[in-house]
Write a protein that binds this ligand. Structure first.
Ligand code: CP3
Length: 342
C-alpha cells in the first residue's frame, strides 16, 4: 500500500508530498454524476457498495494519496433524531431546529452499530478494496459546525440563531455542544474500529467566531475529541475554514495535523502554529480554473513555503467546486508529486 500520506501525518521524512482533495468524490466527476443520476445523495451515502464505489473513484482517476469515506457530516445528526433532507440548490435542511434546552434533551446519543451500520459497512468494504492502494480517512464535523446546522436548520450566512443561543443562553448552547461531542466521540471511535486509518475533523464554520468566542464555544470540545481518540494511535487532522484569525487558538488542539484554508499565507500559518505541526493545505480551490502554467506557479509556491513545516500534506484550502475540471485536478496531483520529489 502507498502509505506516504500516513507517514507524512506523523511528520516522517517522505519521498514526495502526498496530496488529496477535500470533496474529491463529487459532482465534478462524470463518473460520480453517472451514479447520482440513479440515486439521491442520502441513498448514495446509505448504500455501502455505491458509497465505496464513489470513494475509490478519485483514487483511480486522479491518483491521490488517500481516500476519504464518502458520507456527510450531517449523517450522525440524523442518527441523533433530527430529520435531514438535501435539496439540489439549497443544500441540507434539518427540520425542527434546536432552539431550546428541551429540544437538546430530546436528542439521542448515537449508537453507531445500530444507527449508522451503513457507514461501518462502507469502511469495511473500502479497506478490502483499497488494500493495495491508499489509506482511508474517516471524518466528522466538529461540534461547533454541526451545532450551526442543528440550530439554524441548514446553511446560514450570519448564524444569528446560533449566536443568539451562544450569547443569551450559553448554558443551552454548552449543553448542545456536550451532547454533540459525546456522540461524535462514539461515532469516530466506531469508524476507527471499523478500519479508518486517519480522521479529519471539519470545523467548516468556526471561522465566523471571534478568537474569544472560538476559545469558549468551539475549542474545548475539539480538544476533548482529539484527546479521547488519541489512544487509538491514528493521526487526526483538524481543519478550520477561515482559520487566519484563530491560529493561536487552533494551536492548542493536540492533533498531529492542522488543515488550513487558502486565505492565510502558508508561511505565516507555519510560523504561528509552530515547527512541531504537520500542515495540510492550502491551494485556493478556484486555482483549478486557471491554466496549467499558472497552476504550476501556485503549486510550486506552496511547496516551497511548506518546507519550513515539520511536514506537509497538499490539499485545497476547502472543497473542490462542482464546476472544476477533472483534468486540471489530475494535473494538480501530478504537479505536487513531480515538484516535491526528492
Ligand atoms: O470529501 C469527500 O469527498 C467526502 C465526502 C464529503 C461530503 N460532504 C459529500 C457531499 C464530505 C467529507 C463532506 C463534509 C461536509 N458536508 C461538510 C464539511 C466540509 C466542507 O465542505 O466544509 C459540510 C459543511 C457538509 C454539509 C453539506 N453537504 C452541504 C452544505 C452540502 C450541500 C452543498 C453542496 O456542495 O451541494 C452537502 C452535500 C454534499 N456532501 C455533496 C457531496 C458529494 C453534494 C451532494 C450531491 O451529490 O448533490
Amino acid at each position: 500500500m502507498n502509505d506516504i500520506f500516513l507517514r507524512a501525518c506523523r511528520g516522517e521524512a517522505v519521498e514526495y508530498t502526498p496530496v488529496w482533495i477535500m470533496r474529491q468524490a463529487g459532482r465534478y466527476l462524470p463518473q460520480y454524476q453517472k451514479i447520482r443520476e440513479k440515486v439521491d445523495f442520502l441513498t448514495l451515502c446509505k448504500t455501502p457498495e455505491l458509497a465505496a464505489e464513489v470513494t475509490v473513484q478519485p483514487v483511480d482517476i486522479l491518483g491521490v494519496d488517500a481516500a476519504i469515506l464518502f458520507s456527510d457530516i450531517l449523517i450522525p445528526v440524523e442518527a441523533m433524531g433530527m430529520r435531514l433532507r438535501f435539496y439540489e440548490k439549497r443544500g441540507p435542511v434539518l427540520s425542527r431546529p434546536i432552539r431550546s434546552l428541551k429540544s437538546v434533551k430530546k436528542l439521542k446519543p448515537i449508537k453507531p452499530e445500530e444507527d449508522v451500520p451503513f457507514v461501518l459497512k462502507t469502511i469495511k468494504i473500502l479497506r478490502r478494496r483499497l488494500r493495495r492502494k491508499v489509506p482511508l480517512i474517516g471524518f466528522a464535523g466538529a461540534p461547533f459546525t454541526l451545532a450551526t446546522y442543528m440550530i439554524e436548520g441548514g446553511t446560514s450566512k450570519h448564524f444569528v440563531y446560533t449566536k443568539t443561543m451562544m450569547f443569551k443562553t450559553p448554558d443551552v448552547f454548552h449543553s448542545l455542544m456536550e451532547t454533540v461531542t459525546d456522540s461524535t466521540i462514539r461515532y469516530l471511535s466506531a469508524q476507527i474500529k471499523a478500519g479508518v486509518q486517519a480522521i479529519q475533523i471539519f470545523d467548516s464554520w468556526a471561522g465566523v467566531l471571534s478568537p474569544d468566542d472560538y476559545r469558549l464555544f468551539s475549542l474545548p470540545y475539539v480538544i476533548r475529541i482529539v484527546e479521547e481518540l488519541s489512544s487509538s494511535g491514528i493521526p487526526i487532522i483538524y481543519f478550520v475554514n477561515n482559520c487566519a484569525g484563530l491560529l493561536e487558538e487552533i494551536k492548542k488542539v493536540p492533533s498531529e495535523v492542522i488543515g488550513i484554508d487558502w486565505r492565510v499565507d502558508i508561511a505565516d500559518a507555519i510560523k504561528r502554529l509552530g515547527k512541531d505541526r504537520v500542515i495540510q493545505g492550502n491551494l485556493d480551490p478556484t486555482a483549478l480554473f486557471s491554466d496549467p502554467a499558472t497552476l504550476r506557479e501556485k503549486v510550486i509556491g506552496i511547496l516551497r513555503k511548506a518546507k519550513k513545516a515539520k511536514g506537509h500534506i497538499f490539499n485545497l484550502g476547502h472543497g473542490i467546486l462542482p464546476q472544476s475540471s477533472p483534468e486540471m485536478a489530475k494535473r494538480l496531483v501530478e504537479m505536487v508529486h513531480e515538484f516535491s520529489s526528492k
